[in-house]
Design a protein around this ligand. Sequence first.
Ligand SMILES: Nc1ncnc2c1ncn2[C@@H]1O[C@H](COP(=O)(O)OP(=O)(O)OP(=O)(O)O)[C@@H](O)[C@H]1O
Ligand SMILES: Cc1ncc(COP(=O)(O)O)c(N)n1
Length: 268
Amino acid sequence: MIGRALTIAGSDSGGGAGIQADIKTFQELDVFGMSAITAITAQNTLGVHGVYPLSTEAIVEQIEAIGTDLGVDAIKTGMLFSADIIQAVSECIIKFKWENIIVDPVMIAKGGASLLQDEAVQALKEYLLPLAMVVTPNIPEAEVLTDMSIHSIDDRVEAAKRLHQLGAKHVVLKGGHGNEEELVDILYDGVNVSFFKGQRKSTKNTHGTGCTFAAAITAEMAKGQSVKHAVQTAKSFIQAAIEDDLKLGNGHGPTNHWAYQRRQRGGN
Ligand SMILES: Nc1ncnc2c1ncn2[C@@H]1O[C@H](COP(=O)(O)OP(=O)(O)OP(=O)(O)O)[C@@H](O)[C@H]1O
Ligand SMILES: Cc1ncc(COP(=O)(O)O)c(N)n1
């Protein structure tokens, strides 16, 4: 049977991040994509112009519709916006006994708009992180979740260990917000630390990199791959998507969701 992946996240009208990035990534990696929308954003490459959260009833109904019929092999959470939404989503995950949960703890959009209310951070730590098979913070998100500032690679390892203590079984701390030429994402599984390296491309077209990367991990896990293998493929997927950017819009443009498969087929 084909792998089934569900994204529980916000809609990005501009198509580069959120639900749209996730579904495009699922499709490219050959899994069947489904969605439960948490909020509508009016968004383009210049920023977030409006945020309209859905009621928890509407969100739970979408998840239940999927859980009681199609079923899922892996789930990604993205923009969850409020403590109430986080709690409702966590209860659904427990109810359906879903285990392959990839939590992308989205907090702030590239242009600075808040996609998670401040008071929801505690709910994220209390309800959702303990359910996470993988959590994928960027450096600022890891700082908020661990209450520590992160400068060195040693700090990143320490932050990953603290996030593991909060209940996430695997921590992928992304290095996009560092400034080194060679990007380093780290994976901590409670015992070992692995390093995933990539070349930084100098580009403003990085809208949706975090969503796309976490969606690629989710897709691979929906196909039954190990976390380590899923992160390796996701790294190649996002590296290609950033390198072959589409140059759309006037601000932070989207990445290229076709790039990885085109390269696999030997095209460009
Ligand atoms: N300029 C870049 N060149 C190559 N890879 C990058 C670049 N920026 C980010 N990445 C990679 O993209 C993935 C997402 O990382 P990042 O830290 O940017 O996530 P994020 O902050 O959640 O995304 P965003 O900044 O879009 O919110 C990571 O694997 C990271 O190493
Ligand atoms: C609806 C929505 N969800 C998430 C993000 C963050 O995007 P990313 O961190 O991948 O750039 C976004 N800008 N909009």
